[in-house]
Design a binder for this molecule. Structure first.
Ligand code: ZN
Length: 274
């Protein structure tokens, strides 16, 4: 059984502030170790649950956060950027199921550590086929288009709640209780990482028995609507062939299927300057 462990950084144990996840800041180096330890906990749990092939995809910033020298040697690592499927690179490589580690809630969520959707500086909101969607839903639906269910998520209480809305039966490892965008009560690391390990083990073992959550399905064609932070960004994105300008800040585009929608969304976001 092949498991994809897709990782972000904002929902990693102990993270409450942008400085801790920004490569140029001295605090970031501490949290790379902690991120790698959270991922190792998920690897150990996945292996205990019955995975015999594990692929880790590093999805934060430019995808070079996880320390390979500290990574459990049972896993291979997708590192760097850009890659076709970015945060869930490898979702189309014959994986059976995915685990999302260190995720965060969508932009605008109350009491959510570092809530945003893809780009804090560009995206005010995202809808897929009219449904407000954050990174859990976007990456989960891409996995779903390959028949891959997301079995668990780790992060704060808000991303856990968001995940349950998208994927009934998804298991959650809540490693912190957010009190604001940059404030949370965090579990001690030993407790947090044992929770991640146990949740991963349970998720993979119940999947092996044919139980648990189903792949997230978004019926094609997929309409992508982005509300940009300002009108200038929407002006720039409107140049995208076939796009529609809905109002001052919103631009929409259509894609034939979820993989195309994922690439279209990223192209629209990347083409606008701040
Ligand atoms: Zn991130």
């Amino acid at each position: 059984m092949k498991i994809l462990i897709a990782c972000d950084m904002e929902g990693i144990s102990g993270v409450v502030d942008w400085n801790q996840v920004t490569p140029s800041h001295p605090e970031y180096q501490r949290f790379r170790h902690i991120m790698t330890a959270d991922v190792n906990a998920a690897i150990a749990g996945a292996a205990e649950g019955g995975a015999n092939q594990i692929l880790v995809s590093d999805g934060h910033w430019n995808g070079t956060n996880i320390l390979i020298e500290e990574l459990d040697s049972r896993a291979q690592l997708n590192s760097g950027s850009p890659s076709r499927f970015s945060m869930v690179q490898g979702a189309d490589s014959g994986v059976d199921a995915a685990l999302f580690i260190g995720y965060h809630a969508m932009v605008g969520t109350l009491h959510a550590v570092l809530d945003h959707t893809w780009s804090n500086q560009r995206v005010a909101n995202l809808w897929l086929n009219g449904r407000l969607t954050g990174e859990f839903g976007l990456n989960g639906a891409l996995c779903g288009s390959f028949g891959v269910p997301v079995l668990m998520v780790s992060g704060d209480q808000s991303v856990c709640a968001e995940a349950r809305e998208f994927a009934k039966g998804v298991l959650t490892a809540q490693v912190k209780e957010a009190a604001g965008r940059s404030a949370a009560c965090c579990l001690p690391l030993a407790e947090s990482q044992s929770l991640i390990k146990n949740t991963a083990a349970q998720a993979v073992s119940q999947f092996k028995q044919g139980k648990g959550t189903r792949p997230i399905q978004i019926a094609p064609p997929v309409n992508i609507t982005i509300a940009f932070i300002n009108t200038s960004m929407a002006d720039q994105a409107s140049i995208f062939p076939g796009s529609q300008r809905l109002d001052g800040t919103r631009v929409s585009a259509a894609a034939a299927n979820m993989p195309d929608a994922y690439e279209t969304f990223r192209t629209l976001v990347n083409m606008v300057s701040i």
